[in-house]
Design a protein around this ligand. Structure first.
Ligand SMILES: Cc1ncc(COP(=O)(O)O)c(C=O)c1O
Length: 387
């Protein structure tokens, strides 16, 4: 289970479930045998069941769910809803979408306009001035993590807060992982309420137990207006969702918010079983518990190489180490660590983040303590060799 095929290769292949939990396989086979493989916009029982499951764990008041296929589709939809909401409340001026530097929200046009990685926007050519980036308070690239930076950045860019339709952010930035300081997140929530701007949390990567909470925004004790979900929602077949306030989700008349494969039966049954398994097997709790080991071990590795590991971030079962040399990102060393780990049997995502300097660690949520320890032993051994 989990978004990425990351972890100990040897261990994963020895593992009982690998990435194909028998309950998911069984549900899929049953669905295939029932011969309902497509549903287009029509109702089916499993669709209702999934929507209910998602509602149950969403904050109060977020009681509508729109099912889609990819994470990008979910963030696109959330952006569209926010703009439509803004225009309905304050006219066309109220259309601005605020997002963060280094953010990633997907590969489609709106998602990349909202993203905060300039190289990914080159193909767009004519950027939309209604999309505005502000610095993310990561504490690494942006040392000043006060909310004043957000306010000042808007001011410098000539944005009147009243014209903001929505603010979108990953609950943690994938490139770090970088988390909001809680106080900043609370101020952001208050800012959105004050200016009637929708707060959109992109939980495509962060949701469904990854950081030891069902949704990562729960760490900040905030309530978004819209949640974009993907990846770990099904841990297998393509399914994503937007969960939101019904007054926002009901703005479009029937027939306007559609997608051909929305709630397609096979992904839907995979997602239902996945959500149940995550709970039955206490994977969120597992992520929280094993996350303590992951954090502690990475800090120890950093202490051994303070000049080369500039920053370590970790929450639940997601973590990252920023590899540096002379205070600059060291892409070559990060790549070497990644490659050597792979050769020794530890498969991790290729280095991510600005300049490819970040070793990203995101093991499956069902990883055992022993497998995690073994993986970390190996990572430590390789860091000692390379750094
Ligand atoms: C935070 C975040 N949002 C959106 C997306 C896009 O999801 P998808 O690749 O399913 O379109 C991703 C994918 O990596 C992501 O990490």
């Amino acid at each position: 289970m989990g978004q990425y095929v990351v972890g100990l290769v040897k261990r994963c292949f020895n593992n009982k479930y690998r990435h194909s939990h028998p309950k998911i396989i069984e549900a899929l086979k049953k669905e295939i045998d029932s011969k309902l493989l497509t549903s287009y916009v029509f109702y089916h029982e499993k669709r209702a069941e999934l929507v209910e499951l998602l509602q149950q764990d969403a904050p109060e008041g977020l009681d509508k769910v729109f099912l889609l296929s990819t994470g990008s589709e979910a963030t696109e939809n959330a952006i569209k809803l926010a703009r439509t909401y803004g225009i309905s409340k304050g006219g066309k001026e109220k259309h601005v979408i605020v997002s963060f530097s280094n953010a990633f929200h997907g590969r489609t046009l709106g998602a990349q306009l909202a993203g905060g990685i300039p190289a990914l926007k080159e193909w767009i050519v004519n950027l939309d001035p209604g999309f505005v980036n502000v610095p993310f308070p990561d504490g690494y690239f942006m040392k000043d993590t006060s909310f004043d930076v957000f306010l000042n950045s808007l001011k410098e860019q000539g944005i009147d807060p009243k014209n903001i339709a929505g603010v979108i952010s990953e609950s943690y930035q994938g490139a770090g992982p970088f988390f909001f300081p809680k106080e900043y997140a609370k101020k952001l929530e208050a800012f959105c309420r004050e200016n009637d701007a929708l707060l959109i949390m992109d939980e495509v990567q962060a949701g469904f137990g990854r950081t030891g909470k069902w949704f990562t925004f729960e760490h900040y004790d905030i309530k978004p207006d819209l949640i974009a979900c993907g990846k770990g929602i099904s841990s297998s077949l393509p399914l994503s969702a937007v969960i939101g306030r019904s007054d926002v989700m009901n703005m479009y008349p029937p027939g306007s918010m559609t997608s051909t494969h929305s709630a397609s039966p096979l992904p839907v049954v995979a997602a239902i079983e996945n959500l149940k398994v995550l709970k039955e097997e206490k994977m969120t709790e597992n992520a929280a518990e094993l996350g303590k080991i992951l954090k502690e071990r990475l800090q120890t590795i950093q202490e051994k190489h303070p000049e080369r590991i500039g920053f370590v971030a970790s929450e639940g079962l997601v973590a990252g180490m920023q590899i540096e040399r002379n205070g600059e990102g060291d892409k070559e060393a990060a790549y070497k660590i990644n490659e050597r780990c792979f050769q020794k049997g530890l498969l991790m995502f290729a280095p991510v983040g600005i300049g490819g300097r970040c070793i990203k660690i995101a093991p499956p949520l069902m990883i055992t303590k022993d497998a995690l320890q073994e993986g970390l032993d190996l990572l430590e051994e390789v860091c000692n060799e390379v750094l």
